[in-house]
Design a protein around this ligand. Structure first.
Ligand SMILES: CC(C)(COP(=O)(O)OP(=O)(O)OC[C@H]1O[C@@H](n2cnc3c(N)ncnc32)[C@H](O)[C@@H]1OP(=O)(O)O)[C@@H](O)C(=O)NCCC(=O)NCCS
Length: 176
């Protein structure tokens, strides 16, 4: 378990499928992430299958974000862990919109960044963020991530093609 001043990160379990189902099916969360909108929502069965795969692989680490006291508010992950090139992709999702803007995203990003660099010996962390998700861009910028490029019109969002930014941080740029 990774512990910060206000949040804890615990390993995800197969039994967390209902939480992932709720967060992924909240249009406010899906919209911020630029997830593909289809006519049908993600099913519980898909979430269960995805979690079975996740808990069985070592190249992806998914963690439930919970407040002190145990209330789950989202998840974070280090995926595409590439040992040869010492890189990984970071995702942070506060799945409860009522908790947005309370500083939890920055705390989680900082915890996972330090874990990746100092425990997993990762050299480069990267992520993709839609260009209209200014809260996420500010969160990751505050934690030391830099924009390194733009994926032009890489997804169709609410009626038009929108772009995403790639952001990254190298170990020597990490402040703590
Ligand atoms: C993106 C996310 C992880 C950020 O976590 P958070 O706890 O909401 O954010 P924090 O409070 O830690 O930091 C937010 C930053 O954005 C700013 N901010 C808050 N609300 C904002 C808004 N509506 N618009 C722009 N900036 C905003 C804050 O001031 C802070 O920046 P600062 O440190 O420069 O002052 C979280 O909002 C989330 O999970 N959203 C839905 C899923 C998502 O977008 N994930 C990222 C996908 S790449």
């Amino acid at each position: 378990m990774l512990k910060g001043p206000r949040v804890e990160l615990r390993t995800i379990q197969a039994g967390d499928a209902p939480l992932m189902y709720r967060w992924h099916n909240d249009p406010r969360v899906a919209s911020e992430m630029g997830m593909r909108h289809t006519l049908f929502a993600t099913s519980m069965e898909e979430e269960r299958t995805a979690l079975q795969r996740i808990v069985a692989t070592s190249s992806e680490q998914y963690l439930i974000i919970q407040l002190k006291g145990g209330r789950p508010i989202g998840y974070a992950s280090l995926a595409r862990i590439d040992l040869r090139n010492a890189s990984a992709r970071l995702t942070v999702v506060i799945g409860e919109p009522a908790e947005w803007g309370n500083g939890y995203g920055k705390e989680v990003t900082s915890l996972l960044t330090n874990y990746a660099f100092n425990v997993l010996n990762i050299h480069r962390l990267y992520l993709r963020v839609p260009d209209y998700n200014q809260r996420a861009i500010r969160c990751f910028t505050a934690c030391g991530f830099q924009k390194e490029g733009t994926l032009r019109d890489d997804h169709f969002h609410l009626g038009s093609y929108r772009s995403s930014h790639l952001m990254s941080i190298l170990r020597e740029e990490c402040q703590r």
